[in-house]
Design a protein around this ligand. Structure first.
Ligand SMILES: Cc1cc2nc3c(=O)[nH]c(=O)nc-3n(C[C@H](O)[C@H](O)[C@H](O)COP(=O)(O)O)c2cc1C
Length: 212
């Protein structure tokens, strides 16, 4: 299949418009089942080492479980506030949407029970494959005008316990997902001057034949 320039531009538009969404932007609107399926279908199209497809997703609607996860976030964020004590901005940042989002999603890595082609030297490539699936999900959700947020201020061990996840699995990510009232044009942390967007020249270097 050959794509057109317009297809490439549409993909770039989606890539540039993807945002991390926090609780203050989610709205109370259910995601249609076909849309949800399309988003997870995108995730399931991700590349994976040895074609192992080691991802699994748990959709969490249960409000009791969410309350428990939120309590864990609060505990960890209290510690983070101490680390960023010099930054007056940090305490005002909204860094999750656990209770507000239509869905919470635990993304798991299923540890292999046999040797995986390509994973024999670098053991973490299975986990990297799961991150590829997360990115696919994040982008397809955006294509459907649905926001996703990655909540990493959580102790995986605690979340696994709350959700009753066995030791066969590693928690890779805890996501929130739902319709939003707006997508910011730029990353919020860029707007707030927390970090500056890197230029391409800063992130690409070359090694040429004449280099020593
Ligand atoms: C691995 C990972 C973990 C993240 N964890 C958090 C988090 O705990 N809380 C949060 O508000 N944003 C989190 N983010 C979102 C980033 O802050 C966000 O991607 C970045 O500021 C760029 O903004 P954008 O995604 O809207 O372009 C995380 C993003 C990634 C990729």
């Amino acid at each position: 299949m050959n794509f057109t320039l317009q297809d490439a531009q549409a993909l770039q538009t989606i890539l540039s418009a993807r945002r991390d969404v926090r609780g203050n932007r989610y709205i109370d609107k259910a995601i249609e089942s076909e849309t949800l399926e399309a988003i997870f279908h995108a995730a399931n199209c991700a590349p994976s080492v040895g074609f192992s497809q080691p991802w699994e997703f748990i959709l969490i609607n249960n409000s009791d479980l969410r309350e428990k996860v939120y309590a864990e976030f609060e505990k960890e964020n209290k510690k983070a506030k101490k680390i960023f004590i010099a930054d007056t901005l940090y305490p005002s940042l909204k860094l999750e949407g656990i209770k507000e989002a239509a869905y919470n999603i635990a993304v798991l890595y299923k540890k292999p029970t046999k040797a995986i082609l390509g994973q024999t030297t670098q053991k973490k490539v299975g986990e990297y494959s799961v991150v590829c699936a997360i990115q696919n999900l994040w982008l397809m959700a955006r294509a459907y005008n649905i926001g996703v947020g990655w909540v990493s201020i959580l102790k995986p061990k605690k979340i696994k316990k709350i959700l009753g996840i066995s030791s066969q699995y590693k928690l890779i990510a805890y996501l929130t997902m739902g319709y939003v009232n707006e997508f910011l044009d730029q990353p919020e942390l860029q707007i707030l001057n927390w970090e500056i967007k890197k230029e391409l020249t800063e992130v690409i270097s070359t090694r040429n034949n004449n280099d020593h």
